[in-house]
Design a binder for this molecule. Structure first.
Ligand code: NYM
Ligand code: MG
Length: 217
């Protein structure tokens, strides 16, 4: 073999999912820091990525500065992942581990929670079919009542108790045995220890040549 990309050990795609305020962002940040401190190349990404032109439209929608048709905003959230797909794969194939805060699982769980005719779980999933799949999905499990006790619920769209309960039900419908469920009521340090173990295992598997999967395999 020459100097083909096949020689480079690929990085892993570690995904955090869960309802609003379950602690995803904190855990993502800490995980990237602990991976980096171990000499592992890692980057923190999040969806929606509000920095792109599509992301700015999503940001206006979330802040209720603009209204949009429910199918159209779903497609924008999905397009926001597709527009970053090539860069995601380039990074991973060059050995970088991506720790990502939300992905298509949020996309489906949130849009389907609107219970709008035709925008069912299957339709919501279909727009993300074929995107890179996570090597490890860490789901921070927390009842909506518990998240309400936490500070920081902003005024963004979707940040309503009843809606979050629907979102949680959809996550349950999407879940499968490959998901890693962590009890989000544990201390930040305990959660970090568990998340780090899951991430290191996934990184090891990827180094050994595990193929990248696709949604929704
Ligand atoms: N959200 C996020 C969606 O409705 N669809 C998606 O595809 C994604 C990625 O955006 N309430 C929702 C979930 C959140 C909101 O996310 C903004 P964050 O993590 O608060 O920036
Ligand atoms: Mg938020």
């Amino acid at each position: 073999m020459g100097l083909s990309s096949g020689n480079i050990r690929r990085g892993a795609f570690i995904l955090f999912e869960g309802v609003d305020r379950c602690g995803k962002s904190t855990q993502c940040k800490l995980l990237v820091q602990s991976l980096q401190s171990r000499g592992i190349e890692a980057e923190l990404w999040r969806y929606p990525d509000r920095t792109t032109a599509i992301g700015q439209m999503i940001d206006k929608y979330l802040q209720s500065k603009e209204d949009m048709n429910d199918a159209a905003i779903h497609l924008l959230f999905s397009a926001n992942r597709w527009e970053k797909r090539d860069l995601m794969l380039d990074k991973i194939n060059s050995g970088v581990t991506l720790v990502i805060d939300r992905y298509g699982h949020s996309g489906t769980a949130f849009t389907a929670a609107k219970n709008v005719p035709n925008l069912d779980l299957a339709w919501c999933k279909s727009t993300d079919a074929g995107l890179p799949a996570p090597d490890a999905l860490i789901y921070l499990q927390m009842p909506v009542e518990e998240t309400l006790k936490r500070a920081g619920f902003g005024g963004e769209r979707y940040e309503k108790t009843e809606f979050q309960k629907e979102v949680l039900k959809n996550y349950e419908k999407l879940s499968n045995d490959s998901w890693n469920y962590l009890d989000a009521s544990k201390s930040i340090e305990d959660l970090q220890e568990e998340a780090l173990k899951i991430a290191l295992d996934a990184i090891e598997e990827c180094k050994k040549g595990k193929a990248m999967g696709k949604l929704w395999d």
